[in-house]
Design a protein around this ligand. Structure first.
Ligand SMILES: *Cc1c(COP(=O)(O)O)cnc(C)c1O
Length: 383
């Protein structure tokens, strides 16, 4: 069976995990710090804070930015639900901004228009979360400019884009945003099984996220309410969660990140082969900029809506498992119950009616990819 994505685990990853299992620390040990250091070095950013998922990192990022019940957060409807749910967990109100139909990312023009109207109505968002869909970076300079003009905080949900580049800057450098969040779920670029990371250049945001991730507990005397000499003394100074990453997960992540360039190069090669073969069939895929380096977490093509389900099933019969990323978040029953409805974000909905994610992962063989391409060709030409 060929899935749309899968992890790439070798003996060095297995050894790293086994070594940690035999060590003195299964959690809160040296591996988490090591993994954090490797991510901050890769991204050229000051602080990296490991978490047990990107979902936790997004929640912690929103809390650190002070998102609360009187606030509004905007994001794209074409994302995994976690990019919107983090605001609900803070008691905030969620709204969406439609996508650019070519790049599939949140459209800066639509954002500018919506901000203008929101300013007039006195309902500006406190935080905007953009998502680098499939690993292709959003137009960060434009988004950054709008964040300054309208005074909102910007989070990059870079769950798809570990190792990607926006122009000359590494995704995660936070050159254009306050916080960037990564996911290390097995289908993503590198994995720690479950795991995530938030990166930032702001020491206050780092401090706040670390507090949120560990119950609101501090061991820094400068942050404590009381003076105590006892060496075991710690204080809970706010309310938080247990969002920490374990050393077992960090050992895997730390081993995986050594291979990130190799992984992304393999993904780019697969994408190019699809481009060459499927382009001939007139199949359109996400528009990527030559100035950027996509991490190609996903390879999404647009299939005419009357043919998509048929193609999905035809491929499935040959054990080729495609997928659809994503059902627009505003059309999920939970969000419909908040008042969203069909037609609210037409570009996102049109995208959803045609999108199909083809298999892409580093260990996809040439033979397997040839089979996928042949099967697509066969189906579309015989229709
Ligand atoms: C995978 C993903 C998440 C959630 O990541 P977890 O590590 O599974 O919590 C959030 N946002 C996007 C865009 C994702 O693809």
């Amino acid at each position: 069976m060929i899935n749309y994505g899968r992890q790439n685990i070798d003996q060095s990853d297995i050894d790293a995990v086994v070594d940690t299992l035999k060590s003195s620390h299964l959690t809160q040990g040296p591996k988490v710090t090591e993994f954090e250091k490797k991510v901050s070095d890769l991204c050229n950013v000051k602080y990296a804070i490991a978490t047990n998922s990107a979902t936790s990192a997004l929640h912690s990022a929103c809390l650190a930015l002070g998102l609360g019940s009187d606030d509004i957060l905007w994001t794209t409807p074409i994302t995994f639900v976690a990019s919107a749910n983090c605001a609900i967990h803070c008691g905030a109100t969620v709204d969406f901004v439609d996508i650019n139909p070519s790049t599939f990312n949140l459209c800066p023009k639509a954002l500018a228009k919506k901000l203008k109207a929101a300013k007039r109505a006195g309902k500006l968002p406190k935080v905007v979360i953009v998502v680098h869909l499939c690993g292709e970076p959003c137009e960060m300079e434009k988004l950054h400019q709008l964040s300054i003009t309208y005074g909102f905080k910007l989070i990059e949900d870079a769950s798809h884009a570990v190792g990607a580049k926006y122009k000359n800057s590494q995704i995660g450098s936070c050159l254009y945003s306050d916080i960037t969040v990564f996911s290390f779920h097995p289908v993503k670029i590198i994995t720690s099984a479950e795991g995530g990371m938030a990166v930032t250049n702001d020491p206050e945001l780092e401090r706040k996220m670390r507090l949120v991730n560990c119950h609101g507990i501090t061991r820094s005397p400068s942050l404590m309410a009381e003076d105590h000499e006892e060496p075991w003394y710690y204080e809970q100074i706010s309310i938080g969660h247990n969002y920490r990453m374990s050393d077992i997960h960090a050992a895997l992540g730390s081993s995986q990140i050594e291979k990130i360039e190799e992984f992304i190069d393999a993904r780019i090669k697969i994408a190019q082969k699809y481009d060459n073969s499927l382009g001939r069939l007139g199949i359109k895929r996400q528009e990527t900029s030559a100035q950027n380096r996509s991490a190609f977490h996903l390879y999404v093509v647009k299939v005419p809506k009357e043919k998509r389900l048929g193609l999905y099933q035809h491929l499935r019969e040959q054990n080729i498992i495609t997928n659809v990323h994503y059902i627009p978040v505003h059309l999920q029953p939970f969000y419909r119950n908040l008042g969203f409805k069909d037609g609210d974000f037409p570009n996102a909905e049109a995208y959803y009616s045609e999108a199909l994610s083809l298999p892409i992962f580093p260990s996809l063989s040439v033979t397997e990819q040839d089979l996928i391409i042949k099967s697509i060709e066969h189906y579309l030409l015989s229709e």
